[in-house]
Design a protein around this ligand. Structure first.
Ligand code: AHR
Length: 512
């Protein structure tokens, strides 16, 4: 307790515009693992206005659209290079019956979205609408199947409907609904949060159900499923243990959910009104994902030393109180520079474990939790988190480069130790190195010496995301308060780099 106070007192008493020193050694010669582009995955759930209003407005909308999809959002997502999109949930997935979402839209039955505010779901966005969207975005679909309230037969038929070429009843039905050729669907989740909203199961019971359901998810006509079992929440290592032990041989991936949240009961705190202390606490809670990942990986390594089964962090991000005045249960929250840091720090961590982590999906793509995009009628804003994902997309499918990082560390609330600098580096297929740097300190810049071993730097350019205040955000009235700009604080110094990283900033450097 005493230590915590000391750390916080130090942070509070630091003079404005002072500087700290840090150093980084990147080791380009030791890079061997590829950062799967799927680490940059997204998640779209039938929840609030994520789908309806966020991605989809329907063909007859006055909002500019292409076949019902918002043009502004489509354009923004194309620039983001979304590699994979998870759908239809989340908790919604275990109450979703896919056959309600096919055929003429006007004939589709309605349902109540029991998980998310009791909103009436008209099923106008279904399998065709989702898979066609993925094709338009050039991303892989990741379907979450219903184990909690659905049958084995229902799940088996869904896979057949989406992926069987011809000659089967479901392929015939798909053709009658206007889609001749099957879609390619690789990622298939067998249930979601089966310990909670997905059926309140014990791990032993779910492991058996998983084995049974996945048996009937067939590979049709050259389509190869990558089957993902519903995994643990945060610190539930027993779930991972039992799943790996009892069903590890039947899965390609096992999921993990970790939210940066101030606790599951009571207030989670405002997304936009918070103290400096809250900011540092958030960084600590966000970074705690690293030891959590390490522990889940250690269990997976025990049962799967070859690292055949991928760890899929298929829900992560910040979870704050809903914005005042919005519909309860719709999880609509604003997104500040603090959220941008949660994105950059989390991605830096994921990169370190790409030999095991094969996908992550931030929650969620639009209008829900830590979203990329917020919409209100015909208006759209890109959040600070969007900008981080756009700046960081240079790391997709690049080679991860190990590094040593030395910087100041501070003790924050809950006795977490938070490094003031976070960083990651990769080399792309053209030999260009990208280094991403975050300075979470609110008042002090970082003077960083970056050495790249045998790689002698000739030129450097960069982009910076920062804000006047950590709680700044983009609103419909002021959409560009937090936006990337060119960065000129990096200098080549005898083949190495010297970088002045302003307080509360995120920078991505391109090094040649
Ligand atoms: O992302 C919101 C919800 O969080 C998801 O539906 C569920 O899987 C998790 O509890």
């Amino acid at each position: 307790m005493k230590k915590t106070l000391v750390g916080l007192a130090l942070l509070a008493s630091m003079p404005m515009f002072a500087q700290q020193k840090a150093s980084i050694t990147v080791r380009p010669d030791e890079g061997k693992e590829i950062i799967s582009k799927h680490i940059y995955g997204q998640f779209a759930e039938h929840l609030g206005t994520c789908i309806y209003g966020g991605l989809w407005v329907g063909k007859n909308s006055t909002i500019a659209n292409t076949d019902g999809y918002r043009n502004d959002v489509l354009q923004a997502l194309k620039e983001l290079k979304v590699p994979v999109l998870r759908w239809p949930g989340g908790c919604f997935a275990d109450e979703y019956h896919w056959m309600d979402g096919i055929g003429p839209q006007e004939n589709r039955p309605r349902m109540v979205n029991n998980n998310w505010g009791g909103t009436v779901e008209d099923n106008s966005f279904g399998t065709h609408e989702f898979l066609n969207l993925c094709e338009m975005l050039g991303c892989e679909p990741y379907i979450s199947g219903n184990v909690g309230s659905g049958s084995v037969e229902e799940m088996a038929k869904w896979v057949e409907y989406m992926t069987a070429e011809q000659g089967s009843p479901m392929a015939k039905l798909r053709k009658e609904n206007g889609r001749e050729k099957p879609w390619k669907v690789k990622f298939f989740g067998v249930g979601n949060e089966s310990w909670g909203c997905g059926g309140s199961m014990r791990p032993e019971y779910y492991a058996d159900l998983y084995r049974r359901y996945q048996t009937y998810c067939r590979n049709y006509d050259g389509n190869r499923l990558y089957k993902i079992a519903s995994g643990a929440s945060d610190y539930d290592y027993e779930w991972t243990e039992v799943l790996m032990k009892n069903a590890g041989g039947h899965m390609n991936g096992l999921s993990l959910h970790y939210y940066t949240v101030m606790g599951w009961t009571g207030s989670k705190g405002s997304a936009t009104k918070f103290t400096d202390e809250d900011h540092y606490w958030t960084m600590g809670k966000c970074l705690e994902i690293e030891p959590v990942i390490q522990k889940h990986i250690a269990i997976m390594d025990k049962y799967d030393p070859q690292k055949r089964v991928g760890l899929m962090v298929d829900e992560w991000g910040t979870w704050w109180d809903e914005e005042p005045g919005t519909i309860s249960g719709h999880l609509y929250q604003q997104n500040t520079m603090r959220d941008a840091f949660v994105a950059s720090l989390s991605l830096d961590v994921f990169h370190k474990y790409v030999d095991r982590i094969k996908m992550t999906n931030i929650a969620q793509i639009a209008n829900v939790l830590q979203s990329m995009i917020l919409t209100k009628e015909d208006k759209m804003v890109l959040t600070p988190t969007y900008h981080v994902f756009r700046m960081y997309n240079v790391h997709q499918d690049a080679t991860f480069l190990p590094m040593d990082l030395k910087c100041n560390r501070e003790i924050v609330r809950d006795d977490r130790i938070v490094p003031m600098v976070s960083a990651t580096a990769s080399r792309n297929a053209d030999g260009v190195i990208h280094i991403s740097l975050s300075n979470v300190h609110l008042t002090e810049a970082q003077e960083i010496d970056i050495n790249l071993d045998n790689f002698k730097v000739k030129s450097v350019t960069g982009e910076i995301l920062t804000a006047k205040n950590i709680a700044d955000y983009n609103s419909f009235e002021n959409p560009n308060v937090v936006a990337p700009k060119a960065f000129n604080g990096a200098k080549v110094n005898k083949g190495a780099l010297k970088v002045t990283l302003p307080a509360k900033s995120i920078v991505v450097l391109e090094v040649k």
